[in-house]
Design a protein around this ligand. Structure first.
Ligand SMILES: Nc1ncnc2c1ncn2[C@@H]1O[C@H](COP(=O)(O)OP(=O)(O)OP(=O)(O)O)[C@@H](O)[C@H]1O
Ligand SMILES: [Mg+2]
Length: 400
């Protein structure tokens, strides 16, 4: 991991790549080869100090990558909690910049000779710029692949070209990658497709979580339920060593997927249950309404009939009565009226008896609408692919 300018993110990314690969079950070693900042060593300072004490208690003077002298001693390995192994630049905290380049070269060669058979990946976190320490790490025969980590701005771009120019023989097209880091998130997607062709790895967006975590000597990587940064790292690693880790990455994503879908399923079931309950309430409310209206209607009809018969019986003369009296008697009239009532009135009053919208209450209507929306959202999330679930940090969210 090299860079033209300092602060581009080599150390953070070395450690992040190593952690993710380790989580996939790969054996990973990180070697701090940065004489000027000792970035990895400082990042894991606590573990380095503990290992130093342990070594000394076992009567051994621990040596970092700038401290081993060829054939006399070997580098002390610090096993980190994550499962990654680390060779720090120094255990004695002498000025590593004063280390002779010849000593460093031989030391690093020895480290690689001793360990390359034991690990799936070895990361060298090189010094920024084109000094001899970094130059040696980038050499063909020392490293297999070189990733130049850079920010995305014209000065940094010029820096990459300068580095490629200085180490023309080593930084050839077949083994050199450029990784743009801290890119504006909006740019990342539009660049991804084009970049791969130009030997650019899938870029990594600027992410506040990286800064916050770094301040606490942590990584923004989330191996439990994923996050946007973890997805970006996966993309980058896929663009770099895709085939070698494809199965492991897919297995990891599938296991996250099951984990992330679980709370969604629970929320979906709950929402479904709530919906059924709401419908039950609506139905019983509807039945209540219908009963009430039937009652009103029958009271209205019996009142109307009673009135009619009262008028019928008190009226002594008049055209209507004498006309009807000649043709039909009381019982027949009653039957005819009843017939009309039974056949036509329910049709005419259907809308009155059975309400068109059974949910009259605005609150219930609103609740139903919200519940329907929520169920739709949850259902689409149940079927969404794992990237979407991770991106929206589904694990900790309640879908409203
Ligand atoms: N993707 C990112 N988003 C936001 N901040 C980032 C990102 N990557 C790195 N940083 C921040 O950039 C700063 C420098 O990172 P880092 O120390 O890894 O760079 P470096 O290249 O190793 O620097 P040096 O050359 O000094 O060793 C840190 O504060 C880190 O949190
Ligand atoms: Mg660094």
């Amino acid at each position: 991991m090299a860079s033209a300018k300092g602060g581009s993110g080599k150390t953070v990314l070395t450690s992040t790549f190593a952690s993710f690969l380790c989580a996939l079950g790969k054996k990973v070693l990180m070697v701090d080869t940065d004489a000027s900042t000792n970035g990895l060593t400082l990042m894991y300072l606590k573990e380095v100090m503990v290992q130093a004490e342990l070594a000394r208690s076992e009567k051994r003077e621990p040596k970092g990558s700038f401290e081993i002298s060829i054939l006399k001693n070997y580098a002390e390995i610090v096993s980190l909690e994550s499962g990654i192994d680390l060779i720090p630049s120094t255990f004695s905290f002498q000025n590593t910049e004063e280390c002779e380049i010849a000593k460093f070269r031989e030391g690093l060669k020895q480290i690689l000779r001793d360990h390359s058979g034991n690990y799936d990946f070895i990361f060298l976190d090189a010094q920024a710029g084109s000094d001899s320490f970094a130059g040696f790490c980038m050499k063909r025969g020392v490293s297999d692949q070189v990733i130049i980590v850079s920010e995305y701005d014209p000065l940094s771009a010029a820096g990459i070209e300068r580095l490629k120019g200085i180490f023309r023989d080593d930084l050839t097209y077949d083994r050199t990658w450029v990784l743009l880091n801290k890119m504006l998130p909006d740019f990342v997607q539009s660049f991804s497709d084009f970049l791969e062709v130009a030997k650019y790895l899938s870029p990594i967006p600027w992410d506040a979580e990286v800064v916050k975590s770094y301040a606490r000597r942590r990584l923004a990587l989330n191996l439990e339920s994923g996050n946007e940064f973890t997805l970006a790292i996966i993309q980058t690693l896929r663009s770099f060593i895709g085939i070698e880790i494809e199965d492991e990455v897919n297995n990891w994503l599938n296991s996250r997927s099951a984990l992330l879908r679980e709370p969604i399923e629970i929320q979906y079931d709950d929402a479904n249950r709530e919906m059924k309950l709401l419908f039950k309430i609506i139905k019983s409310e509807e039945r209540k309404q219908i009963r009430k209206r039937w009652l009103t209607l029958s009271m209205f009809l019996s009142a109307a009939f009673s009135l009619f018969f009262v008028i019928w019986n008190v009226t002594d003369d008049g055209m209507t009565r004498s006309f009807f009296k000649q043709k039909i008697n009381n019982e027949q009239l009653l039957l005819v009226l009843l017939g009309i009532v039974t056949v036509f009135i329910p049709f005419i009053l259907r809308d009155f008896i059975i309400p068109k919208t059974s949910i009259e209450d605005e609150n219930t209507k609103d609740r139903l609408r919200r519940l329907q929306d929520r169920l739709e959202k949850l259902d689409s999330l149940r079927r969404a692919n794992v990237d979407v679930l991770i991106k929206y940090n589904i694990k900790n969210s309640i879908i409203n």
